[in-house]
Design a protein around this ligand. Structure first.
Ligand code: SER
Length: 611
């Protein structure tokens, strides 16, 4: 019997590839450990990038796993039959082992023998070729060899049949995708001729190239295969349901949402309205994403991952409101409970962190519920005033004062057959950032004048601390937050375990040694790209303007730290004084916090200059 339940399908995939000599490796967390090019793990290949670039993997050359993924680029399509922001990817890899032929043979065998999908229900696509790489005749020949007829093979351009790199640089190559017939009547055509009739379920990527920072492609020494099968989509195929929300693991979540809706609306019995279904699906998907993200250690906030999380939760709450569901702090945790019930046995971290997940959701729900009502009133007023467009300032006001993520405003506008002036929003956003930055600088030179020497010393000490932590604990350490008062510095960074007393001593010693060496500090202004090239540490996100300042602590002999930063800093490390760590504690899951002080430096300092 072919596997039908999601659990059986996951297992069948792992078993099949294990039998074919693949080592089963655990999926990684959603937060990439040492990769500033992406915010979330978006594919199974992600955590494997170093190995795809040639480093040997401890488990061997054939790997298989199940990877939880977050992809927000398809967020607008969530609510249709097949798009999700949170999904599981089944993947198998060849690290310089088998290539096109082996990959295609195994994919075909899994589909037709293990899943028992009739061959005539399948179609494939291959890369049609361009200036970067030739038409993938090789892949097409392999498909013909296993018995896929020519008319089911579509050749498509790069947008469709090229994968990667996951960030701006890295391994990539042409791919071949497998599709299942979801059209009416007998299967016909292919994903080029009648795309809508074919559902993509699996992608075999032939990683032959490395995309470099300058945008060119160099052949990889080691030819790899990276495959990714959408677990939810394939489960839908196996379960004979028309969309990913009806599969065994997801339907209970959707049903829970709809039950809450039916309590307050008169829409029972008959067919649900299309809008109701869409909102219920958005809630289901977004809250599932939120549960997984919080389960991997992120909390809602206004930056980076925390902000994506916040947007997902708020969008779900807005949809809940459209369905008339009560949302005063208890709604999202209740749905989360159902989500954990569905996934906790496979993702143990969800069980472990259930309390934390529910609390974080509840808190965010309460916070947003407070401003949502008033914000919606303001939105309504804007609609009445405006023609067919909500201007950027209004959109920014909704964001800034009522916490409306921009895509939520856009969605509300669309429901009113209006548009949002996104450019204007972005301008207002930038202007606001500019003002608050200026404000901060002014405060620095004005309001904080009497302490500025102290805060500057602590600021430079923070850079030394960041560098020292990376030296002692490893390159997975990244700044997660920093706060400086005249008395102390506080620094949050990614690291899983409590630091040992020895590690703390090592870090403290390294910082003090750098201070004793009285190293000069200088900055230069450069592009984000160049800063990356010179290995400056930084957060690398939209926060940066195109030009950044890189502060370097070091002399001709050693560079102790190289970091993107607005400044200011002291001119020499000797001005900092003695550095002492006062406390090391947990800040949130996977994030540690250090509080430290400096004392005994000169009262008057000089500032680091350009050079
Ligand atoms: N990386 C490819 C994808 O995401 C295959 O795993 O589709």
């Amino acid at each position: 019997m072919p596997p039908t339940s999601t659990d059986d399908l996951r297992q069948a995939y792992l078993d099949f590839f294990q039998e074919k000599g693949h080592a089963v490796i655990p999926g990684a967390p959603l937060i990439p450990e040492n990769d500033p090019t992406v915010l979330f793990t978006t594919a199974g290949m992600h955590p494997l990038v170093p190995y795809l670039l040639g480093e040997p993997h401890p488990a061997g050359k054939r790997l298989v796993d199940v990877q939880r993924c977050i992809r927000t680029q398809d967020i607008d399509e969530v609510g249709d039959i097949s798009h999700l922001t949170c999904f599981e990817m089944l993947g198998n890899w060849s690290l310089g082992d088998y290539f096109k032929e082996g990959a295609i043979e195994m994919s075909f065998q899994f589909l037709t023998e293990v899943l028992e999908i009739p061959k005539n229900m399948l179609a494939v696509s291959c890369f049609e070729g361009d200036d970067d790489a030739p038409k993938d005749e090789g892949a097409a020949a392999c498909w013909k060899e296993v018995g896929i007829p020519e008319e089911r093979i579509a050749f498509l351009p790069k947008v469709a049949n090229w994968w990667g790199p996951a960030g701006r640089t890295g391994p990539c190559g042409p791919d071949t995708e497998m599709f299942y017939w979801i059209g009416k009547g007998k299967p016909h055509g292919n994903p080029r001729e009648n795309e809508k009739d074919w559902l993509e379920i699996w992608n075999d990527v032939f990683m032959q190239y490395n995309k470099k920072k300058d945008g060119t492609f160099e052949p990889l020494e080691q030819q790899n295969v990276d495959t990714g099968m959408g677990l939810e989509r394939t489960a839908a195929v196996m379960q004979g349901v028309s969309n990913v929300y009806e599969i065994d693991t997801v339907k209970p979540i959707l049903d829970h949402v709809l039950r809450l809706h039916e309590n307050v609306e008169e829409e029972v019995g008959g067919r649900l309205k299309e809008e109701t279904i869409r909102h219920a699906r958005i809630i289901t998907d977004h809250l599932k994403a939120a549960v997984f993200i919080i389960g991997d250690g992120i909390k809602p906030s206004n930056v980076d991952r925390g902000y994506i999380l916040r947007r997902l939760i708020r969008r779900a709450i807005r949809s809940a409101r459209s369905l008339g569901i009560e949302h005063s702090g208890a709604f999202t945790p209740a749905i989360a409970e159902t989500i954990v019930q569905q996934y906790g046995h496979f993702y143990g971290n969800l069980h472990e962190k259930e309390r934390e997940i529910r609390d974080a959701l509840s808190h965010e729900e309460m916070q947003f519920s407070k401003t949502l009502t008033e914000g919606l009133k303001q939105f309504q007023k804007a609609v009445e005033k405006a023609g067919d467009t909500i201007d950027g300032e209004t959109a920014f006001h909704l964001y800034d004062t009522y916490g409306f993520p921009i895509e939520m405003t856009q969605e509300l506008a669309a429901e009113n057959h209006m548009k949002v002036e996104k450019k204007g929003f972005e301008e207002a956003f930038r202007k606001h950032q500019e003002l608050s930055r200026k404000g901060a600088e002014q405060k620095f030179s004005g309001g904080l004048a009497d302490h500025s020497a102290e805060t500057t010393k602590l600021h430079t000490a923070t850079h030394l601390l960041n560098a020292a932590l990376r030296k002692v604990l490893g390159g997975h350490v990244f700044q997660k937050g920093s706060n400086i008062t005249a008395e102390r510095l506080r620094f949050d960074f990614s690291h899983d375990a409590k630091m040992t007393p020895e590690q703390l001593k090592q870090v403290e010693d390294l910082v003090n040694k750098a201070i004793e060496e009285d190293l000069p500090i200088r900055y230069h202004i450069t592009s984000v790209e160049e800063a990356k090239k010179e290995n400056a540490i930084g957060v690398f996100d939209e926060r940066y303007e195109s030009e950044v300042k890189v502060y370097v602590v070091g002399n001709e002999k050693i560079t102790f730290s190289r970091e993107i930063c607005g400044g200011p800093h002291v001119a020499r490390t000797g001005m900092i004084g003695k550095f002492t760590i006062k406390k090391e504690e947990s800040s949130s899951a996977g994030v540690r916090r250090i509080k430290a002080v400096v004392e005994g430096g000169p009262e008057e300092i000089e500032f680091a200059t350009e050079g």
